[in-house]
Design a binder for this molecule. Structure first.
Ligand SMILES: Nc1ncnc2c1ncn2[C@@H]1O[C@H](COP(=O)(O)OP(=O)(O)OP(=O)(O)O)[C@@H](O)[C@H]1O
Ligand SMILES: [Mg+2]
Length: 480
């Protein structure tokens, strides 16, 4: 048997870690987005400051703004160890006062016709091939603050290196501990699941170590609650298997026991016949042998029939819809020659309409045969046997076989259905299995049997009540 843990363990881990990994990816994306926002907030302020500084270098020359930014001052303002900085200053009329030539015009220009200094705007753009963060603002030229001081538009752009680095550092700070947590969770879950599955491992060993003859229930003491119903079902199945084994063992023992006596008798008769010299006596011995062999063959037939109809035979039932009325008449007719031979008046009283039941025809025939055989054999010559079919209780129909032979004493009425049980003083041959077979076939059909005195107080009536087709549970299911 393959070990069960790895597959179950892998499944559990996949279910736990899969969603966790998806969450981690979402979380990383959210963390990155937030980090970019925060780094922009921090560095945008610096860009705005640079813009302000540059505007301080705008002088008014006869009322006209002019940028006077020396190289040294520009270097101080625009030199950064990580990024490249670009700028451009434009007058109110759109003339470029100074700055980098390849600086693109503002994409989100401050309103051009206004006279107010405007709050800066920030956005992503490109200078040449380099992606940048751009600041655009409109400020009063130089140090002037009065409303007469002309407005200039300042653009400052910065490449993104330190912003990206800052954002990734933040992401790493957030995500790394989570990754570590996931690895730890994996280890803990792996360990926990292995521990949790140990009882299953023990259960597997307990089952694989046991002998095939040991059908005692598996101990559920240590079994986890989720698996206990399954183990209980297995225990139930083993109990049923045990019953079947018991039945088989009993049957084999009974059969061997019952066969031993007639076989020894046959042997003794053969030995006797071998010693005979008178042809007449030899013929008589052979006739006796024939009767004994016939008896033995009937016993074997009945034993096989009993085995075929044991309680576990439900699966081999060939159920089909069948009119009990017509079928009982057909089977009864086959007994007419036998009845005539014994001078028995065999009668049939059917119902006035078909009575449909679900039945296995071969088994139903065996049941009827055994009951008619008993009725004919155990009633006196010249007697009367009647087969009746009619509606029984609600949703039932009744097959009754009555005779006018000696009544079966009340204390014996239940016992005659046991195997090998025969009434004391019975003159007729028989193996004592017929009614046991009848009882098993009835059970397989969900039918019940009763035995009463015949209606006129003489003889016996065996009644079998079958569920009518379409009423109640299907045959066999109710049989237990
Ligand atoms: N209709 C009947 N009238 C009187 N006694 C009966 C009747 N049916 C059964 N019995 C008694 O019940 C006993 C058991 O019957 P059952 O049919 O089980 O076995 P059997 O007839 O002896 O053997 P077989 O297996 O050959 O049928 C019989 O031996 C007989 O004594
Ligand atoms: Mg019988």
């Amino acid at each position: 048997m393959k070990p069960v843990e790895p597959r179950l363990q892998r499944k559990l881990l996949a279910w736990l870690l899969g969603p966790l990994a998806v969450l981690l990816v979402i979380d990383t994306a959210a963390a990155y987005w937030n980090s970019v926002r925060f780094s922009d907030l921090a560095y945008d302020r610096a860009l705005h400051e640079i813009g302000r500084e540059i505007v301080l270098h705008v002088k008014l020359d006869g009322g006209q703004p002019r940028l006077e930014l020396s190289e040294a001052a520009g270097n101080i303002l625009l030199l950064d160890p990580d990024d490249l900085l670009f700028y451009r200053v434009t007058g109110a009329d759109g003339t470029v006062l100074g700055g980098d030539a390849d600086m693109p015009p503002p994409r989100e220009a401050p309103r051009a016709t206004g006279t107010e200094a405007l709050a800066p705007r920030f956005y992503r753009d490109d200078v040449g091939d380099a992606p940048v963060r751009m600041m655009v603002a409109r400020m009063r030229a130089g140090t002037g603050t009065g409303p007469g001081t002309p407005l200039v538009q300042v653009q400052v752009a910065e490449t993104l290196h330190k912003r990206t680095r800052f954002a990734w550092e933040m992401v790493a700070n957030i995500v790394l501990p989570q990754l570590l947590l996931m690895v730890m969770a994996t280890a803990v879950v792996w360990f926990g699941v292995s521990r949790g599955l140990q009882p299953l491992q023990r259960l597997r060993r307990a089952v694989s170590d046991r002998s095939h003859l040991d059908l005692s229930p598996i101990d559920t003491h240590d079994v986890p609650g989720e698996v206990r119903p399954l183990v209980n079902e297995v225990n139930d199945l083993m109990a049923r298997l045990g019953q079947t084994f018991d039945f088989q063992n009993r049957f084999v023992a009974d059969a061997a026991h019952q066969l031993k006596t007639p076989v020894s008798g046959l042997k003794a008769q053969i030995e006797l016949a071998q010693r005979e010299t008178d042809p007449e006596r030899v013929r008589h011995s052979l006739a006796q042998l024939y009767i004994s062999a016939d008896r033995l063959s009937r016993l074997v037939r009945q034993l096989l029939s009993l085995a075929r109809n044991e309680p576990g035979a439900l699966a081999s039932m060939q159920l089909r819809p069948l009119d009990l009325n017509a079928y009982a008449l057909e089977v009864s007719m086959e007994w007419v020659p036998q009845a005539i031979k014994r001078r028995i008046d065999l009668g049939f009283e059917g119902a006035d309409r078909p009575l449909m039941i679900d039945a296995d025809p071969d088994r139903l025939r065996e049941l009827i045969n055994n009951l008619i055989d008993n009725a004919i054999r155990y009633s006196q010559s010249g007697g009367r046997v009647t087969v009746r079919v009619n509606v029984g209780g609600s949703n039932e129909c009744r097959l009754a076989i009555s005779d006018d032979g000696p009544g079966i004493p009340v204390p014996e009425r239940a016992r005659i259905f046991e195997r090998f049980h025969r009434l004391l003083g019975t003159q007729e041959d028989g193996s004592g299995l017929g009614l046991a077979i009848v009882s098993e076939i009835a059970t397989l059909h969900g039918a019940r049997i009763t035995l009463e005195e015949d209606t006129d107080g003489v003889g016996n009536t065996f009644s079998v009540f079958f569920p009518l087709r379409g009423a109640g549970p299907s045959p066999g299911l109710s049989a237990s």
